[in-house]
Each structure stands twice: as structure tokens, then as C-alpha cells.
Design a protein around this ligand. Structure first.
Ligand code: ZN
Ligand code: ZN
Ligand code: FE
Length: 757
């Protein structure tokens, strides 16, 4: 006698839409002989299933163990069903209403699609928009949730009969692949000249490849926006790109066809290889091999190079058909402006930069830069978070919804909803109207997509940041409370949020941020506890001659440190050191400024200390991009010949002692490489013993490390080791950058704590 089949309703929450979850459930249910249905709802995926109990158990088991690679299950909720079992298992259309569902990031082209892409027999042979449920665009094409074709920019391409058949066949790997397309019905590419004239050609791809081979600069529309592309082995083309972009030295990202090629260009460890191959396909900063076939101007003065593997069909086609070993793929923007992602916008703004435009008509909802990661202190960590990671939420303690507007440089913004914090993609430096507009677009898009109406706003303490002014405006217009968060408190909170810490010591080593005492902080030891903080110690403040001008001109900081450490003797030493390398008149002005102490705000910034050391050693007298001098200092650092003293007095770390030793070594002719190494290790040693004291005083064993200086792998590693030896549990950011890119999240968390109190 057959037992009555049982019914079970199963709600699966998490990243379960747009990742091939329904076809997966369909196949499992069928193979287990179950009947019922599966559909997307505002809450996740809802399965109603009927059949023998063991079979239903097996289905539940397979949900947990064999879910599609891109799915992330947060929770499975079940309830019994009493209805009449249907005869078969079906996939139902989406249920609308409610927006609790999450949206996956964009995913690199999968192996199955690649095989078809290069198969002359396949109907999608050489089709630049091939994708399936396991790969392709997501965040960049979604205008609204739930994630259905009608809510994507593919809406304007009605599917042909063949594509429709794939899309509606649960056994097909393109079942409900929302961006599904083919050469007959989908988006296409074309070429235009820099004047925007459409070029009639049989094969735009071929022509684009030929142009790059001839040394031309190609602007190509990609997944999240435009890239400027040149042959990475062609020094003249790379130079031309730099000249036109007014980007003298900031490293250019390089795309290589495969892992094997990456291995020939860089020394890779398994974690770095894994990052290169991950579905997010970030740019991975890795150690360049010497000698390198890459054009010298790709990363001048640095031992690192940013490599990435192809992540769209178009990339694979460009690389393979051109036989390129490496292509420079740098963001398609004018210096200081956000990435271009619309055709007309690119034609206008990039006309002076590119020789040729490769355009397409699959609209991009919002610009999304390539992400950048680097291995530091044992793990691959984000340096810039965008494509492939956004919009995955970070954990949040709940409470009112908060909009955190982020800082000035490397801005991101953050919107929270219950226990989720959505940190936006990299926005850029909020210093012009174009970036401000981009910021506003992202804010509205996130608020719309995730249905968030902020109930409070958080911003930096600095009154002059554009982000602060935007926050003040919004708060005034909407009558919302505004919480101003000291820069380095936000840095600390960002790391605490990632790991769910409510109390910790924080070592913040950073550029500049306004402290509550009105000076510029950046080398601080803080105690942070849910909405309260204490400054336990800091680097000795030093005047910054000419204020902001000293951020770029590292030699100004060097002179100031020399004066602080050695008085007039120091100034004389510095003048001799820099006399032939900086403008004579400016040098004289700065020296006078230092003597008088005029126009020189005080700062305890560790970043400025690294700048000064880089200048003293002749490694970098200028930052042409943020962090350049410290990066070059790290690049030359060799094994230290000795340790420099870095004593602490009254909770102040005496950096002048360190400067005096550097001067002594320089006078003795010790090679700069050894001194650079000694600076790193001595700072780590001095700071670690400083934190040890703070640990003794407070009894706290958890220490978070945050701030831009922790992008320095040598410093991160040395500090982590020493602190762990001293018995601390050390937390470095893993999901957000240690630099200002993670700051909005910290602001939001701090605001949530402050509101709770
Ligand atoms: Zn695929
Ligand atoms: Zn089609
Ligand atoms: Fe910062």
C-alpha cells in the first residue's frame, strides 16, 4: 500500500536569484521523483514539494550541499503543506512585491560559455554577449528587483525562438538566464571613429584588434563601463596613453589571456592565483618578474603590477584573436572623473584620449570599475571594491536605516537596512561635479533597488569635504539627524563591523583625517567601544608646511620632520639633500615657512611619515597619486641592517628619534634599501610595543588595524606578527579596503551605535 505523499513548503533565503537556483531545484526534484513547484518571491526562492519523506529529505540535503556555485544560502525555513499533490514538478513565474531578495554581483564568463564562444559550429560563435545562468552581467544590468528580464536592460531585446526555448526549458543551462541573448536577437557591437562616426565594417572586432596591434588606443565599452586599451608590450602606445590621460606614473592594469601567461609575468602564490581565477576577476596586485616583457611605463618605480584575467566574452575574443600576451585595460575616464559607461558620454569625454571606439548597445545601469585586491598579512584583501563584489551586503547590527556619505577621497557610500549594510562601488575622489553627479546616481539607485529610506545620515567630521556638505543638505531637506564621525573612528569601526566586534583597540595608520581636537590625525591608537572612543596615543604631531601642498610634495614633510628632529642643523641637511631636485625658490619659501611655523597645521599622520622617509631616501619627492611615495618606499625596502629606536613618552610615539637615525645612516652612506627596510620594521616594532602598553592599561586583547597604510604588505605583516606574538587577536579588513574605501561602512556603524546610546 502506497503511503500518502507528504507536502513541504521550503523557503530559501540568501543569494538565490539569478544564480541558477530554480533549474537546480527542478532537476533535483525530478530526479527524486517529487512533484510540486518552485518560484522566486520577494523573500527568496519558495519550493512546494510533494512525495515520500526520504525523497524530500534528500532534496533538503542537496539544497545545502550541492547548491549552484554562485548561490549563498542564508536560511532555509520549512512548513508542512496540506494541499493536493500536483502530478508534475514545475517552475512558476516570479511573484512580485517585496524586495528583500538580494542581487548577485556580475560574474566572469564560465567555461561552458567559453567553449561555445570559440566553437565555429555553435550559433553563438564569436558572440560578445554570450552568457548563461552561471555567468554574465547581473548588478550592471539590473534596474529593479526581483531579478527578472523585464527589470534588466535586456528588456529591449525580445528573445528569438531559439533563445526563448532555452530560457523556458528547465533542463537547459540557460533556463531563466535573464541576460540570455544571441547574434540574432541580442545586443551587438560596432565601431566609431573618435568623431563619433559609425564605421561600416563587416567585422568590428577584427578591426578593433588590428588597430590595437598597430599601436592605437581603443576605447571599448565593457561590462561596467569603458576601458582604454593598448598593447601592454608596446611602450610607445603605453606612453601615449599616459600622456593623453595626464597620468604620469599611476600603475596601469594589465589583462592577460590566462593564468599561464600571468605566471610568466609575475611571481604568484596560490592565494593570488585563486584570486585571479575567482568569478569576481579582480585586478590582483602582484610582484612583477624581472626582466619583464611588459612596457616599462606600466608601473614605473614599483615592483608590483596589477594583473587580471578576462571576464567578458569580448575580452576573450580581443585577446585570443589578436594573439596578445597582455593588454593594458585602464578605466575609461578623464583624470579625476568617474568611469564613462554611456556611449554618448564616452564619445564626448574620451574623444581626446582614444583613437577608436568599440561600442555596444547592452545598456549599463550604473558605472562599475574593476576591483583591485592585494595579498597582505596572509590574505588577499580589497584595495578597491567594485565589480564582482558589489552589491553583496556586509553585516550590520540593525536599528534605523542609515545613509553614510563616505569621505573625500576614494569615496564609497553606504545604505543600511536592518541587518544588512550595502556599501556602494568605488565612487572616486569627490572633488568635482562629475563625481558628485555619479555619487548622487549611485545613492538613488541603491535606495531604489533595496527600498531604503534613510532615517539618519552619517558623515565625516571634516566640514569642508564635499561629502559632508551633501550630507548636511540631505539632512536639512529631509529633516534627518546628522551624525558626524571622526575619520579614524570610522576607520576602526569599519573593521569592527566586519568581524562583529563591539569593543577593541584600534591602530589607525592613515593619510589625514580631522580629529575632534582640530588637528589632523593619522597615526592613532584608539579604544573604541560601541559609540564611545578614547585616544590612547599617537605619533608626535609635526607641522605640515603649506597644508595640503605637503600631501603631494613629500620633500616638504621631510624638511619639517628634519626641523623637528634636529632644528637648524636638520634644515641645513635637508636643503643640501633637496637643493638640486626641487625648485630653488619653493625650497627657500618652505624653509622660511618652517622656521616661522606659518601655514603649517599639525598632523600625527603615519602616511606623512612614510612620505617624508621616501623623500629623505630619494625614492620619491612627489606623490603623483595618493600613496605613491609609500608604495615606492615599500618597493625598495630590503632586509633591515638594524632597528631604529622609537620610544614612547606620555603616550606619544617619538618619531624624531627615528628621523635622527635615518640622517645618521644617510651620512654614513648606508644604502637607501636597507634604511627603507629598517624604517618599516622599526615602525612595526615601536607601534607594537605601544599597542602592548595600551593592552596592559585596558585589558583588551582584540586589536583592529585600519587606514590606508595597511595596504603596505610589509608593514601589515610585520605588525600582525608582532601583535600576535604579544598575545593579541589581530583583525585586518577582508571585505572592504583598509583605505578610505571602507570608511562609509564605519561611519554607518558608528552612527547606529550613537543612535542606540
Ligand atoms: Zn556561462
Ligand atoms: Zn536569440
Ligand atoms: Fe583615511
Amino acid at each position: 500500500m502506497a503511503r500518502t505523499p507528504q507536502g513541504l513548503g521550503i523557503l530559501v533565503r540568501g543569494v538565490v536569484q539569478g544564480v541558477g537556483f530554480r533549474p537546480f531545484v527542478f532537476r533535483q526534484a525530478k530526479s527524486l521523483g517529487l512533484t510540486g513547484n518552485v518560484r522566486n518571491t520577494g523573500e527568496g526562492v519558495l519550493i512546494e514539494v510533494y512525495g515520500p519523506r526520504e525523497a524530500i529529505e534528500s532534496l533538503l540535503e542537496s539544497l545545502r550541499r550541492q547548491a549552484p556555485p554562485l548561490a549563498e544560502i542564508e536560511e532555509i525555513v520549512v512548513h508542512p503543506l496540506n494541499g493536493t499533490p500536483p502530478p508534475v514538478f514545475t517552475v512558476l513565474a516570479s511573484e512580485h512585491g517585496g524586495k528583500a531578495t538580494r542581487l548577485p554581483p556580475d560574474v566572469a564568463t564560465c567555461e561552458d560559455c567559453l567553449r561555445e564562444l570559440f566553437d565555429p559550429q555553435d550559433r553563438r560563435f564569436r558572440y560578445p554577449f554570450i552568457n548563461c545562468t552561471n555567468c554574465g552581467p547581473r548588478f550592471t544590468v539590473v534596474e529593479d528587483l526581483p531579478y527578472d528580464r523585464e527589470n534588466t536592460t535586456l528588456r529591449v531585446f525580445p528573445m528569438c525562438a531559439e533563445c526563448s526555448a532555452e530560457y523556458s526549458d528547465p533542463a537547459n543551462r540557460r533556463f531563466h538566464a535573464e541576460p540570455n541573448a544571441c547574434p540574432r536577437c541580442g545586443p551587438r557591437i560596432w565601431l566609431t571613429s573618435r568623431n563619433g562616426e559609425r564605421l561600416e565594417t563587416e567585422d568590428p572586432l577584427r578591426e578593433a584588434v588590428e588597430a590595437v596591434k598597430r599601436g592605437k588606443i581603443l576605447a571599448a565599452r565593457g561590462l561596467g563601463g569603458f576601458h582604454l586599451i593598448v598593447d601592454a608590450l608596446n611602450e610607445r602606445a603605453c606612453r601615449a596613453l599616459r600622456d593623453r590621460k595626464h597620468r604620469p606614473r599611476k600603475p596601469l592594469a594589465v589583462m592577460v589571456p590566462d593564468l599561464e601567461t600571468a605566471r610568466t609575468l609575475a611571481v604568484l602564490d596560490p592565494a593570488e592565483e585563486e584570486a585571479l581565477l575567482s568569478p569576481a576577476r579582480p585586478i590582483v596586485l602582484v610582484r612583477q618578474r624581472e626582466p619583464s616583457p611588459l612596457a616599462p611605463s606600466i608601473a614605473p618605480g614599483l615592483n608590483l603590477v596589477g594583473l587580471m584575467l578576462p571576464y567578458t566574452p569580448l575580452h576573450h575574443l580581443l585577446l585570443r584573436e589578436g594573439g596578445f600576451k597582455a593588454l593594458v585595460m585602464t578605466s575609461g575616464n578623464r583624470s579625476g572623473e568617474p568611469l564613462c559607461y554611456l556611449n554618448e558620454e564616452a564619445l564626448e569625454r574620451l574623444a581626446a584620449l582614444a583613437d577608436l571606439f568599440l561600442l555596444h548597445d547592452r545598456e549599463i545601469v550604473i558605472g562599475l570599475d574593476d576591483s583591485v585586491v592585494r595579498k597582505a598579512a596572509g590574505k588577499v584583501r580589497p584595495v578597491r571594491r567594485a565589480r564582482g563584489f558589489v552589491p553583496d551586503p556586509l553585516p550590520f547590527p540593525g536599528g534605523p536605516s542609515i545613509l553614510a556619505v563616505g569621505p573625500l577621497l576614494k569615496n564609497t557610500l553606504c545604505l543600511t537596512r536592518n541587518r544588512e549594510a550595502f556599501v556602494s562601488q568605488h565612487v572616486g575622489d569627490l572633488e568635482n561635479l562629475e563625481t558628485e553627479n555619479f555619487w548622487q546616481k549611485i545613492r538613488r539607485h541603491f535606495a531604489h533597488l533595496f527600498e531604503i529610506r534613510p532615517e539618519a545620515i552619517a558623515c565625516d567630521l571634516h566640514p569642508d569635504y564635499l561629502s559632508t556638505r551633501l550630507a548636511e543638505e540631505l539632512a536639512a531637506n529631509e529633516g534627518l539627524p546628522l551624525i558626524r564621525v571622526p575619520h579614524h573612528v570610522a576607520h576602526a569601526a569599519a573593521v569592527m563591523g566586519e568581524f562583529g566586534l563591539r569593543r577593541a583597540l584600534a591602530l589607525c595608520l592613515d593619510g589625514l583625517g580631522l580629529g575632534p581636537d582640530g588637528t589632523l590625525w593619522g597615526g592613532e591608537v584608539l579604544l573604541v567601544e560601541e559609540g564611545r572612543f578614547l585616544r590612547l596615543g599617537h605619533l608626535r604631531p609635526v607641522p605640515q608646511p603649506g597644508g595640503d601642498a605637503a600631501n603631494k610634495k613629500t620633500w616638504r614633510m621631510a624638511l619639517s620632520f628634519l626641523h623637528q628632529a634636529l632644528g637648524e642643523k636638520g634644515l641645513t641637511f635637508g636643503q643640501r639633500l633637496f637643493s638640486s631636485r626641487v625648485p630653488e625658490k619653493e625650497l627657500a619659501i618652505v624653509v622660511r615657512m618652517i622656521r616661522r611655523g606659518a601655514k603649517s597645521p599639525l598632523t600625527s599622520s603615519a602616511g606623512r611619515l612614510f612620505d617624508a622617509c621616501a623623500a629623505l631616501l630619494g625614492v620619491a619627492l612627489e606623490n603623483t597619486f595618493e600613496g605613491e611615495a609609500p608604495m615606492r618606499l615599500e618597493a625598495v625596502a630590503a632586509a633591515p641592517h638594524r632597528l631604529y629606536p622609537l620610544p614612547a613618552r606620555d603616550r606619544v610615539l617619538e618619531t624624531p628619534a627615528l628621523i635622527r637615525e635615518i640622517v645618521r645612516d644617510l651620512s654614513r652612506g648606508v644604502p637607501p634599501e636597507a634604511i627603507a627596510g629598517a624604517v618599516h620594521v622599526s615602525l612595526a616594532e615601536g607601534l607594537a610595543s605601544f599597542v602592548r602598553e595600551a593592552g596592559k592599561d585596558t585589558g583588551i586583547r582584540e586589536v583592529v588595524l585600519s587606514g590606508g597604510c595597511f595596504q603596505n604588505a610589509l608593514l601589515s605583516q610585520s605588525l600582525k606578527e608582532r601583535l600576535e606574538e604579544a598575545g593579541f587577536e589581530v583583525f585586518l579588513p577582508e571585505r572592504l579596503p583598509a583605505n578610505d574605501g571602507g570608511l562609509s561602512y564605519g561611519q554607518a556603524l558608528w552612527a547606529a551605535w550613537a543612535l542606540k546610546r
